[in-house]
Write a protein that binds this ligand. Sequence first.
Ligand code: FUL
Length: 503
Amino acid sequence: MLKKCTKVLLGLSCLISFAHAQSSTEKNYLVIKPTDTPEDIVHKAAMLTPSARQLRWQQLELTCFFHFGINTFTGKEWGDGTEAPQLFNPIALDAGQWVKTAKNAGIKQVIITAKHHDGFCLWPSKYTEHSVKNSPWKGGKGDVVKEVADACKKYKMGFGIYLSPWDRNSPLYGTDAYNDYFVNQLTELLTQYGRVDEVWFDGANGEGPNGKKQVYDFSRWYALIRKLQPGAVIAIMGPDVRWVGTESGHGRETEWSVVPANNLDQNDITKNSQHDKIFKPEGDMRGSDLGGLDKIKNAKGLVWFPAETDVSIRPGWFYHAAEDDKVKSPEKLLDIYYNSVGMNSVLLLNIPPDKNGLINEADIQALQGWKKLRDETFKINLAANAIVQCTNGLHLNAMLDDNYQTYFTTRGNDTSAIITFTLKDAKTFNVLLLQENISVGQRVEKFMLEYWDGKTWIKATEGTTIGYKRLLRFPAITTNQVRLSISARLNPAIDAFGLYKQP
Ligand code: FUL
């Protein structure tokens, strides 16, 4: 960490910060020894940090899915693999319009469903006839994956692929040969389209056309991705990014990015050299608190495994004309934003293109309205020029400097602090923003915001975890002084503090 800091010449303040915040392990997993006490375990959890690829991904905040494929033309959500490729004909397809629509909404990375459960490939794979190459679109010469990848390059957006392990078309499904088939397809996707930033493996696993189930060779797939696209995070059925556990757009109030990994042992560590984890953590990933002391105290290992919240802008994942009037409103999307990005998660919002190969006007309007609402709220940090006081704090102004490298921390071994912010004049606000610098670790387990009403301190809001970002809404308050109390597992590293007024 110190090395990284010096490299980018951030200066003395950064070096001091890191020295005081107890530098991290620079590892995103570790083994718990049978002799470790609960205090040791909590300390270990607080020292874990994201891998570089996980940190990059977390900082995107907003990503999107494009669910597009044969289902777009049959009106189904799950095709059974018997659909004729001739049905696929998006005559006006414009991936530039998709990517630009996403970018205009503030989204930083897109994921295309290269193959859904029906097995139909949006690129002309050499290994199957069930693809765009046998469709009338562009005389069988089209490649949707290429068009999306090129648009991402043009608009400087991240690019990801969804490749469904479950394939209801492939006759190989349910046999060892399917794993080779899958590796071949994955290799095409990882080598023909430039940089890939996210690979999304769906958990759905049913029967293939012959009624057989498949045992997936996940470790082989992970090793291939690490080799061919080392910067890509592997999501859901993968080691880097965890499914938040719902498809409602609502994450957890208490969202620890460090969770137990009970399938992690010394063997895994020796196998995974260079601090690279290539196994999918197992255990309860659906509960209301996955990483609290109760959950980690009996764990065999701990791992940085952050949450991704996937939800569709429409009721279905694929486009259906009948749902044009059921597109989520800007206000509903704003709720989703607070409940995903604002709960230490990355939002993966699905925006499905229609049969013509275009994002529908209804979705564009909703996305623009959503962006406007966010911009109106987060344009001005009303705490920006506050005088910050904290008797045991260091780098107090780092919380207001808009620089993710610098952060507030506490002196010595202090794990709690009360920080007072005095504004120049009284301001009215109803949103609190907090960020931890997760490259130091996720440490805060409790916080409370109070305001001074002229006579006494009154609670405005409170919460448990912060993580990369925490946003809380509350009834509007007018004051010129607030104080934030925090308690943490280890010296907290608070990167940002903001007060905003949502109109
Ligand atoms: C699920 C799939 O079955 C849905 O069709 C969709 O792709 C969603 C993102 O994941 O598991």
